[in-house]
Ligand binder design. Structure first.
Ligand SMILES: Cc1ncc(COP(=O)(O)O)c(C=O)c1O
Length: 609
């Protein structure tokens, strides 16, 4: 049975039970059952399934690990955390985060005005709100309004200009001044794809000189009592623990120095996000080299050690981990619409009475293929097809001969892969690059997996069913956008094998996992494919319930969101039908109602034919 790397990426969240993939929680429902239930009400296209119990699990892991490390190390500060909204701002995610975070008073982080409004309206009472990113006077005023209305807000300044604006707003209004944090510019850099968030050339943070100047300005304007936090973030998806430790030493020492310089109310050190998620599904590929337990105990131990050495009280530790909290909760389910090598079906073979010798030979190879000779015959077949294609270009064989040759070669490959026990041999993997089957999925990679498109970030993918059958078709995945970038090609370094399915007889579904962080917020409406339908799945001891359905925008709504006038567009189309000389009077009302039904469906496909 193929496991698709479940043991690497799934953290026991999903299991294979007999033939299907199931959610490893309470009644363990199968993903196929959930999918079929949703689709029974005529839902088409891709869908996002949200599992709030997985958000709860991650929040518990985070708090429990840090609280355990605090006790174990005799650390005197507290652990506090906020969820960075940029990672997923969708309502049912924020709702699940705040619900699961209630017992810990889990807070929210905002990086823009809209996120700040969201944080102020959705945060748990008394929980922390941190405000990062570049801010203008309006955004700072908004934070003052938040503080004035009772929110526990810390505004992290990214430059001295922002501090001066805070001082100005404090002078001009009677609003309560929020807490002030300083993002420090570390010379320590991170590791992994997003490592450029730190280092002396990073986009954010104050240098040592600027930090000292900021403290002087705060003191001068009688705001030093508001300076309560220093903050750093060395990058998302940190794959190595060593840079984290370096950054902690540097930030810890900055904290201790500032305390010794008289920043009396400074009591929090915010270490940002960065906790990594396992996206790989092949055992030979690198995953991050630390666990949450090692991470939390390193942070607590190092900060305790630095503070003790300088005689400074242990600070509270804040984290802003986002990816770690929500990546696992969302699964993207995509129906497969078509397998492109189905065009090479054996039934379409039309051999002639007299065939060109190489075609004849291919036919013989195919007929006498066995497990003993399949690799050798495969090499011969690949050699012959090269020659036959050249013969076609030179005009020596006709289109029917070429079609016969292509069908025979594809079937030789298919049969060889079935017959050989050594599918993982380097050569076969390499050959499969040219022989892959294309699985057309009813989804857009630009919309649903933008980090694959932009950064080649792999996401675990596997079928939801047929898991007892060995899948041997080297697979590449095509999405339905009109863009050749909308493809996850077969990669011999991380091969994906899927099943040979006759889609005329049954449906085939793929699940993409760990897609809950960043993908939805970054998703692009390329070709006007929008955010898919989404559902929250609540699981209990007996069964599962589907709640919080949010439908994908329909075609008219998509166009409306670009600024088109929905009514005007529809009026024009209707007018064209009414005035068309091709449509008889009798057909007009039927065509009009067809049009009206079509424009209120989402843009994804029902089938390809
Ligand atoms: C300041 C800050 N905090 C927190 C995060 C969240 O990081 P992650 O999702 O890796 O936990 C980010 C993301 O880049 C960030 O810039």
């Amino acid at each position: 049975m193929q496991q698709y790397g479940l043991d690497i990426w799934s953290d026991n969240n999903f299991l294979i039970d007999e033939d299907e993939l199931v959610v490893n929680y309470k009644s363990k429902p199968s993903l196929l059952d959930i999918t079929n239930k949703i689709r029974s009400s005529d839902v088409r296209g891709p869908m996002i399934l949200r599992f709030p119990h997985l958000i709860q699990k991650q929040i518990h892991n985070l708090y429990n690990s840090f609280n355990f490390a605090i006790v174990e190390n005799g650390y005197k500060g507290e652990f506090k955390a906020v969820f960075p909204l940029k990672v997923n701002q969708f309502p049912h995610v924020v709702q699940a985060v705040t619900k699961a975070g209630k017992e810990f008073n889990y807070g929210l982080e905002a990086g823009s005005k809209a996120e700040l409004i969201l944080a102020m309206s959705k945060s748990l009472e008394g929980s922390h709100i941190t405000v990062n990113g570049f801010k203008d006077k309006e955004m700072i005023t908004l934070a003052f309004i938040g503080a004035h209305s009772g929110h526990n807000i810390t505004v992290t300044i990214e430059g001295l200009g922002e501090l001066k604006t805070i001082m100005q707003v404090a002078k001009e209004t009677n609003l309560r001044v929020p807490n002030i944090g300083i993002r420090v510019r570390l010379h320590a850099t991170g590791s992994g794809t997003w490592a450029k968030s730190a280092g002396m050339d990073a986009k954010f943070g104050l240098t040592a000189t600027e930090i000292l100047e900021a403290t002087r300005l705060l003191d001068e304007s009688s705001l030093l009592h508001k300076f309560s936090m220093i903050h750093f973030h060395i990058g998302s998806q940190m794959d190595d623990i060593a840079p984290i430790k370096r950054a902690l030493r540097e930030a810890g020492n900055i904290y201790a120095e500032l305390k010794m310089l008289g920043a009396n109310k400074l009591s929090n050190i915010n270490i940002g996000g960065g906790l990594a998620v396992n996206y790989e599904q092949h055992s030979d590929l690198k995953v991050h080299n630390y666990s949450i337990k090692e991470f939390s105990s390193s942070v607590v131990f190092l900060l305790g050690e630095i503070m003790d050495a300088k005689g400074v009280k242990h600070p509270n530790i804040f984290t802003e981990s986002g990816r770690y909290i929500v990546a696992s909760h969302a699964v993207l389910i995509t129906p497969v619409l078509e397998l492109f090598t189905q065009d090479y079906q054996e039934e379409l073979l039309r051999l002639k009475q007299e065939n060109p010798p190489l075609v004849q030979e291919l036919n013989e190879l195919y007929k006498s293929l066995s497990s003993d000779n399949c690799i050798e015959f495969l090499h011969d077949a690949l050699d012959h097809i090269e020659s036959l294609l050249t013969l076609f270009d030179l005009g020596y064989i006709d289109l029917q001969d070429r079609s016969n040759a292509e069908i025979l070669v594809h079937n030789i490959i298919k049969k060889s892969l079935r017959l050989t026990s050594n599918i993982n041999s380097r050569e076969l993997k390499q050959l499969q690059v040219h022989l892959q089957e294309r699985y057309l999925i009813n989804a857009s990679i630009f919309q649903s997996l933008p980090d694959y498109w932009g950064l080649k970030q792999h996401f675990p993918v596997m079928p939801l069913h047929h898991l007892k059958d060995t899948s041997k078709r080297a697979a590449s995945i095509w999405d339905i956008t009109c863009d050749s970038d909308g493809e996850i090609g077969f990669n011999p370094q991380k091969p994906l094998y899927l099943h040979d399915i006759d889609l005329e007889n049954e449906e085939y579904f793929l699940g993409f996992f760990n897609t809950g962080a960043y993908q939805e917020a970054l998703g692009m409406s390329h070709n006007l494919f929008t955010h898919p339908n989404e559902y929250t799945i609540e699981i209990d001891e007996k069964s599962f319930t589907i709640t919080n359905e949010v439908e994908s925008k329909n075609i008219l709504e998509i166009l409306q969101s670009l600024g088109y006038n929905e009514e005007e567009l529809l009026k024009k189309l209707k007018q064209d039908i009414i005035t068309s000389s091709f449509i008889t009077e009798k057909e007009k009302s039927d065509t009009l109602s067809k049009l009206e039904t079509l424009v209120i469906q989402n843009g994804y496909l029902r089938t390809t034919s």
